[in-house]
Design a protein around this ligand. Structure first.
Ligand code: ADP
Ligand code: XUL
Length: 524
């Protein structure tokens, strides 16, 4: 019997399962459960609970737990035999934290299959709801931690990111400050990606360097807790955190609850969880240093795979541990598809017309005209005063179609250079990756081949592939990552776009002018 491997992605709005067969290299099933629609009694909208203060965004952890039972029951009702699952790995929305009392280990170890998870776990929550990545209510705590650690550059060098409101350390500090009794009751702090494995394995699960890096608490180079960062965050934090272990570590066999309730094999292994972005890195096949994915969604996101730990001195983006052992960067550019749409709409074009305008214009606009697409306040580089900037260019000239895409790609080229790795190939995903002209500009500006990727659930798939790697690593023979992802995380056949033959010099010249323009606009 061929064994299956299960990836579970507990994301903001849904829980997704990706069940794969690594021998025939196929996805057996991919199913999602939407929290709002299927667990309406938690009262979430888009998976979250909002307070009067718009910066406060939480979610109910019992909803994430109940979703497990619902999704497993649904998979079984479809006739899928869960006893074939050899190993399970979890992906979680990053940064979100769950606060558990000293009674949690016993409750997890003794889950009764005759009763549901929420009623058995409710009593061990030291905090009823969990702050998640959309929460931005911790600016004061970010400042305090940054001050204690010696400035933003120091925090970035130590933990892989400057202090960010959504990161777990500032969130823990706020909890300690605002609810000291709740903090005192807290014996264990989990991430979303360690809470779910804790339930599955029936014991408090460790944290991996992929998601640990999203806390401002982990020494990024050592991949272990930073005592200094812990001390700057909250008192007696070390004893409340589990160890950090490599991403392919097996936490233990699945707990008897899931064997009795859903028919899992008692020997099925549960791996340590990881964050959704580190899991997506695997699900997009970025298993070698220099491989990059660019997601062209509402915003544009650049994921790069790095062999060594390098951090941006200017605090551009984040560095997380990669589940494959090295590091990854995540750099977000707020002005992505919405900026391209603004240009398209102003010129009264559809996407075909937008593409025609790109084709009709020479690379780097023949050296004339530059654009910075800051329609909205930008994250990378940090721009608070919104408004697109134009040099020698009229916003009503159709050449702006090329200028906006080139400006976006040049921003990625310049603001990811701190990684010290030139991209060897790019996997393009997201809605706008359907556009061949945009992919050509991407290949030309980044000077490497671009492949189109069609993935809907890259984090769940990446988790399933982690289960394959970890499930086998534990049996003595860790397969090579290239071998694990082969046949799963593959680009669309025939989608390769190569850089144009004579474009390199044009974009080198454009980079010099563009840097000067950007510096001048940032200095204003
Ligand atoms: P998200 O997941 O962030 O909501 P998607 O990855 O689904 O976003 O991407 C949606 C975006 O894709 C739309 O906002 C639209 O601007 C863009 N898009 C769709 N088709 C094209 C196209 N042919 N050319 C350029 N952009 C496109
Ligand atoms: C990453 C981040 C988000 C969440 C979404 O830093 O905040 O991508 O991981 O699930």
């Amino acid at each position: 019997m061929i064994r299956w491997f299960l990836g579970l992605d507990s994301s903001t709005q849904s829980l997704t399962a990706s069940l794969i067969d690594p021998v025939e290299r196929r996805i057996v099933a991919e199913r999602s459960l939407n929290f709002d629609a299927e667990l309406p009694h938690y009262g979430t909208r888009n998976g979250v609970l909002r307070a009067d203060d718009p910066t406060v965004v939480h979610a109910p952890p019992l909803m994430w737990a109940e979703a497990l039972d619902r999704l497993f029951a649904r998979l079984r009702a479809e006739g899928l035999d869960l006893s074939r699952v050899a190993a399970i790995a979890v992906s979680g929305q990053q940064h979100g934290s769950v606060y558990l009392t000293a009674e949690a280990p016993a409750a997890l170890a003794g889950l009764n299959p005759a009763r549901g998870l929420p009623e058995q776990l409710r009593g061990v929550l030291a905090r009823a709801t969990s702050p998640i990545w959309m929460d931005s209510s911790t600016s004061a705590e970010c400042e305090e931690i940054t001050h204690a650690l010696g400035g933003p550059e120091r925090v970035a060098r130590l933990t892989g990111s400057a202090a960010f409101e959504r990161f777990t350390g500032p969130q823990i500090r706020k909890f300690w400050k605002t609810d000291p009794d709740g903090y005192a009751r807290t014996a264990h702090i989990a991430l979303v990606s360690s809470f779910i494995p804790s339930i599955l394995a029936g014991r408090i699960a460790p944290i991996d360097p992929g998601d640990g890096a999203g806390m401002n608490l982990m020494d990024i180079a050592r991949r272990d807790w930073s005592r200094e960062a812990l001390a700057a965050t909250a008192p007696e934090l070390a004893r409340r955190l589990p160890p950090i272990v490599p991403s392919s570590t097996v936490v233990g066999p699945i707990t008897p609850y899931f064997v009795a309730r859903h028919g899992f094999d008692p020997a099925a292994r549960v791996l340590v969880g990881s964050g959704d972005n580190p899991c997506s890195l695997v699900g997009l096949g970025l298993v070698r240093a220099g491989m990059v994915a660019i997601s062209l969604g509402t915003s544009d996101t650049y994921f790069g795979s790095m062999g060594e730990c390098r951090v941006s001195a200017e605090g551009e983006g984040h560095v997380f541990g990669s589940p494959t052992g090295g590091y990854m960067s995540l750099v977000c550019f707020k002005n992505g598809s919405l900026a391209r749409e603004k240009v398209r709409d102003r010129l009264g074009l559809d996407w075909a017309g937008f593409s025609r305008a790109i084709r009709a214009t020479p690379p780097a606009l023949g050296g004339r005209g530059l654009m910075l697409p800051w329609f909205d306040p930008e994250i990378t580089p940090r721009v608070l005063r919104a408004g697109a900037r134009y040099r020698e260019l009229s916003p009503d000239d159709p050449v702006v179609c090329r200028a906006v895409v080139e400006g976006q790609m040049m921003a990625m080229r310049v603001h990811t250079r701190w990684m010290g790795v030139r991209p060897s190939c790019i996997h393009a995903t997201g809605g706008a990756s359907a556009n061949a002209e945009i992919l050509q500009v991407m290949a030309d500006v980044h000077r490497c081949p671009v492949h189109r990727f069609e993935t809907t659930a890259s984090a769940a798939l990446g988790a399933a592939l982690r289960a394959v790697h970890g499930g086998q690593a534990d049996r003595g023979g860790a397969p090579a990552w290239e071998e694990v992802v082969r046949g799963f995380a593959e680009p669309v056949a025939g989608s390769r776009v190569d850089p144009g033959p004579d474009t390199a010099a044009a974009y080198d010249a454009m980079e010099r002018a563009w840097r000067e323009f950007e510096a001048a606009e940032l200095a204003r």
